[in-house]
Design a protein around this ligand. Structure first.
Ligand code: PAF
Length: 278
């Protein structure tokens, strides 16, 4: 496994890799969820490239950029064990050189749900992902369903900008008690960690209601909120029943829906989602 930092080194080693190349973009501090993307890329592609870059432009002013967990040596060991060919860990200065002023924005999809509560977040995500797509010249790129809106926004961007690349969205990996895997779970103390299972319980309650015939969006939203309200350590920021493609909030009867939520447990903001009717 080759580890490179500069774009010049990346270009040199990328040129030696057999196609198709699968890209797994990450911010590091890898867990099984990331590794499941790497394994899928390994199955689909002749070569696998992983990027590790804690992208400053997708963090808001009061968010956890400085505290974001990092452990590059551990990440390299995990990736090497998965047979990754190339890891790119760019420096901030190369991704955002002095005088940087070019941004990629997916207009409407970036403003709702997560985008409403994290203004500018998706502009940072789409800009860096476009740069990672360009620089690595990958044929397929892998993202987790855990960040459902991110996946929809990136698919839109790839389509709109004619990137010659397939965006593949892989299932959310969960801990045995249902908590979706996330690097941010490490912020939770033991009591908060237990409380955090309420997201899974809340989503599961709505999915079960849907499965036994409940179709009213408002009733399904209320079902999620009811379960969240049983956990005193959980402070919901939003609870949504939306169209899985347009991400528009739904009212009345639904046949397909993305159930999603952002919930603070202590100072940690957790997100999770499930899709029904697909
Ligand atoms: O999902 C993430 O880890 C990040 O948003 C991504 C896609 C690597 C862009 O920085």
């Amino acid at each position: 496994m080759k580890v490179v930092t500069t774009i010049a080194e990346l270009n040199t080693f990328r040129a030696t890799l057999p196609n198709p190349v699968g890209l797994v973009p990450t911010m590091g501090y890898l867990h099984e969820g990331h590794l499941s993307l790497v394994r899928r890329a390994r199955t689909d592609c002749a070569s696998v490239v992983v990027t590790i870059f804690v992208n400053p432009t997708q963090f808001g002013e009061n968010e956890d950029l400085d505290a974001y967990p990092r452990d590059l040596d551990r990440d390299f060991d995990l990736l090497s064990a998965e047979g990754v060919d190339l890891v790119w860990t760019p420096m901030d200065e190369e991704i955002y050189p002095v005088g940087y002023q070019t941004w990629v924005t997916v207009e409407e999809l970036s403003q709702i749900l997560e985008g409403h509560h994290r203004p500018g977040h998706f502009r940072g995500v789409t800009t860096v992902v476009a740069k990672l797509f360009n620089a690595t010249q990958s044929d397929k790129a892998y993202f987790g369903q855990k960040d459902a809106q991110q996946a929809v926004v990136i698919q839109r961007m790839a389509h709109d900008l004619n990137f010659p690349l397939e965006v593949i969205v892989c299932p959310t990996l969960r801990e045995p008690d249902g908590l979706a895997m996330s690097s941010r779970n490490t912020y939770l103390d033991p009591k908060q960690r237990e409380a955090a299972t309420v997201l899974y319980r809340s989503l599961t309650a709505a999915v079960q209601a849907f499965e036994v015939g409940e179709r009213d969006a408002e009733v399904l939203r209320n079902r999620m909120s009811e379960v969240l309200s049983t956990e005193p350590l959980a402070q919901p920021q939003y609870v949504s029943v939306a169209d899985p493609d347009t991400l528009e909030e739904l009212n009345g009867p639904v046949e397909r829906a993305l159930f999603s939520m952002a919930v603070y447990v202590g100072k940690t903001r957790l997100i999770d989602n499930m899709i029904v009717g697909d």
